[in-house]
Design a protein around this ligand. Structure first.
Ligand SMILES: *Cc1c(COP(=O)(O)O)cnc(C)c1O
Length: 362
């Protein structure tokens, strides 16, 4: 077998070896159909069972009550940036955004094509190194909804609590941290996530939506942009990304087998602590981008004080099988993405490499 590396890419990202092996074992003959999941009809009872199993697994992991549906859509999280305002941003109301990073900013800018937007809080003044105070949000007069980005993939910050907002739908882009820890999902009117970070391969976007929002959605839109049509058809209005949905279902099974969200939180806190410790004990050789209280357990961002060492760091890390550590240009330095599927051993290997690299280069 060819050697697997530790893959710190931000997305598409690493997947558990056991589910890749399971998909491989089932690839030619899924469930005695004599066909691959890729080849069976999306209208077959086998595929309908996959979709409903995935919906039920996600609802049980998040302890969602029967007021919610889970949809499997296409177009990535980015399509949700516009689908949400198309459905809910009506004349005379304003879409409120908490702008904590590039994706939040993009979501807000897409909404501005549809209607009126309002920035309720922003962390732009410090290059998105923190999460703004949530008790003093400056909401607009007639908010259509409040949108947050729970984990800022590029900057490496994460909401540690969520805003308490009464009578206004709270919407979250959780593309890079859904299922990383327990939280009260029943607070949210709509949660969406592109799968390719924490939930599976690219190609499918998960939308968790409260039934009153399905009803309140705009019926004056093309079918593919209507939440009510997607819900009525159990995400099978047209041909869905069936193999991606199958992989997400395997990933959900894996999370449940690991012990669910409580186990995920413990696993992720421990993994992140190895890398943050390597930063904090480096006497300034490494510098974390996020203010400590907002540090993400999913994307760890840091620079090297002597920035000339960055390309050497990336090359030597790759030589040790630590792949995808280069940061996004808006922060520079490194970003190591350590989603649920990254094993503890990968984070330990990275922390060890960081200490060794420091010793050899300071
Ligand atoms: C990656 C990412 C996106 C974009 O997702 P696509 O599926 O590529 O459209 C949006 N929001 C966040 C928080 C992300 O991390």
């Amino acid at each position: 077998m060819t050697k697997r590396v530790y893959n710190f890419n931000p997305g598409p990202a690493t997947l558990p070896l056991s589910i890749l092996e399971k998909a491989q074992a089932e690839l030619l003959n899924y469930n005695n159909t004599g066909m691959s999941v890729m080849e069976i009809s999306h209208r077959s009872k086998e595929f309908e069972a996959i979709v409903s199993e995935a919906e039920n697994r996600l609802k049980s992991l998040l302890q969602l009550n029967d007021d919610y549906r889970v949809l499997f859509l296409q177009g990535g999280a980015t399509t949700q940036f516009s689908m949400i305002p198309m459905n809910y941003l009506k004349q005379g109301t304003q879409a409120n955004y908490i702008v904590t990073g590039s994706f939040a900013d993009k979501a807000c800018k897409e909404a501005a094509f549809i209607g009126e937007t309002h920035v309720a809080a922003s962390s732009k003044d410090a290059n998105h190194s923190y999460i703004p105070e949530l008790t003093s949000l400056n909401l607009s007069d007639n908010p259509a909804y409040v949108h947050i980005t729970s984990n800022n993939t590029i900057y490496g910050t994460q909401f540690k609590e969520f805003p308490e907002i009464n009578n206004v739908p709270l919407i979250a882009d959780m593309s890079s941290d859904l299922l990383c820890k327990p939280f009260d999902a029943n607070k949210f009117a709509l949660i969406y996530a592109g799968a390719q970070k924490n939930l599976g391969p690219s190609g499918v976007t998960i939308v968790i939506i409260r039934k009153d929002l399905i009803e309140a959605s705009n019926k004056d839109l093309p079918s593919m942009l209507r939440y009510d049509i997607m819900a009525e058809n159990n995400s099978l209005y047209n041909t869905p990304p069936s193999f991606s949905i199958y992989m997400v279902n395997l990933m959900l099974e894996w999370v449940i087998e690991q012990g669910g969200l409580i186990a995920m939180e413990k696993h992720n806190d421990e993994k992140a602590s190895y890398i943050y410790q390597a930063i904090d004990s480096s006497s300034g050789f490494y510098k974390g981008h996020s203010q400590p209280e907002f540090r993400s357990t999913m994307n760890v961002t840091f620079t090297i004080a002597n920035s000339e060492l960055e390309s050497k760091f990336i090359a030597e890390a790759a030589g040790k099988g630590l792949i995808g550590v280069k940061g996004h240009r808006s922060v520079g330095g490194m970003r190591t993405s350590i989603y649920n599927a990254m094993p503890k051993e990968g984070c330990l290997a990275l922390a060890e490499f960081m200490a060794e690299f420091q010793k050899n280069n300071q």
